[in-house]
Design a protein around this ligand. Structure first.
Ligand SMILES: [Zn+2]
Length: 331
């Protein structure tokens, strides 16, 4: 479970300028990566299988990098995708389109040295963002659009890069700055992702921290940890374990023919495992409580409560809207 915290930043004048420059450079990189993907897309689907001689690929429609949708960079992985360690599976020798654009960032930094001032994780997030917009398009969303200044207002750091100490926050390659500590982050939690955003009244940072225990304590419930091994391959009806029973979202037991939603089925197994391994007595089933995991995604969870004696003796924190559950919900 991820929790979000948002703070207003107090950057110095030079830091503020740097943040604006980053947004500008990142937006240009975004549009450049997008243009490259669109060119690849057009050449494949409008002009037919057309091969670009710039790339180091053979001129055949099947192996041409354009079939994957980009004209950039070396399409082959270092080591040709061979297994690195013993026992590992050999991977495809070709890079995915996002990896090709990612590999091309080095050329970008060589040609335009001022891009070296941007944190590499932040820069790498741009081809990933373009890829994400294409993935959404392939699933039915609109065709990816070029970004103008007013609709490109944020960038994200990779997990673990941003640090908070006291009343100061450290943003790599931007520096330390003060912020309005409007709501303290609970002790001992790691910052997963940090997104810096420009708004009309200044700069903000959204931090996402991970934990389940915090929510359990907050809602006065006890947390039971369960080993998730085989929970998605076990039939909750006959306990038969077979990876072939699961196919994507569907579960069809190869032994007894039990049909179920794969995620619900796994959640049932997690529940059974918790009851068995902790010898719990179930008092009542609390069904279909809608909880908000964050501000945008409501999630449906089936919960269960144990007898009163199993719960925490004292509720030290307000009881509102949070679930007790054995494991992060598989949604
Ligand atoms: Zn079965």
């Amino acid at each position: 479970m991820l929790l979000g915290f948002k703070y207003k930043l107090k950057p110095s004048q030079p830091q503020s300028q740097k943040l604006s420059q980053w947004l500008d450079m990142l937006r240009k990189t975004y549009n450049w990566c997008l243009k490259d993907r669109i060119d690849g897309w057009h050449q494949q689907f409008i002009q037919g299988d057309y091969c670009e001689l710039k790339t180091k690929t053979e001129i055949t429609p099947l192996s041409c990098s354009l079939v994957k949708g980009t004209q950039l960079a070396n399409p082959w992985k270092d080591g040709g995708g061979k297994a690195r360690r013993k026992g590992e599976k050999a991977q495809s020798p070709k890079r995915t389109v996002a990896l090709m654009q990612d590999a091309n960032l080095q050329e970008l930094k060589d040609a335009r040295p001022w891009y070296q001032n941007i944190d590499i994780g932040v820069l790498q997030s741009i081809p990933a963002r373009v890829n994400e917009s294409f993935n959404k398009f392939f699933k039915g969303a609109g065709f990816p659009k070029f970004k103008r200044r007013h609709d490109f207002k944020s960038f994200s750091y990779k997990p673990g890069r941003v640090k908070i100490k006291g009343n100061k926050i450290y943003l790599p390659k931007i520096g330390r700055m003060r912020f309005y500590n409007s709501r303290s982050i609970p002790d001992g939690f790691q910052i997963k992702t940090a997104t810096v955003r420009q708004k009309a009244d200044g700069w903000y940072v959204s931090l996402r921290i991970e934990n389940l225990e915090y929510l359990a304590v907050k809602s006065g419930k006890k947390l039971y940890k369960v080993n998730p091994r085989y929970t998605s391959q076990t039939c909750s009806n006959c306990q038969h374990i077979d990876p072939a029973s699961r196919s994507g979202e569907k579960f069809l037991c190869t032994n007894c023919g039990h049909i179920d939603d794969a995620n619900l089925q796994a959640a049932r197994n997690v529940k059974t495992k918790a009851i068995e391994s902790y010898s719990l007595n179930i008092a009542k089933i609390v069904k279909s409580k809608t909880v908000r995991r964050d501000s945008s995604k409501p999630a449906q969870l089936s919960l269960f409560e144990t007898l009163y004696s199993e719960r925490l003796p004292v509720n030290t924190l307000p009881l509102k809207g949070f679930p007790a559950c054995g494991q992060e919900p598989r949604i």
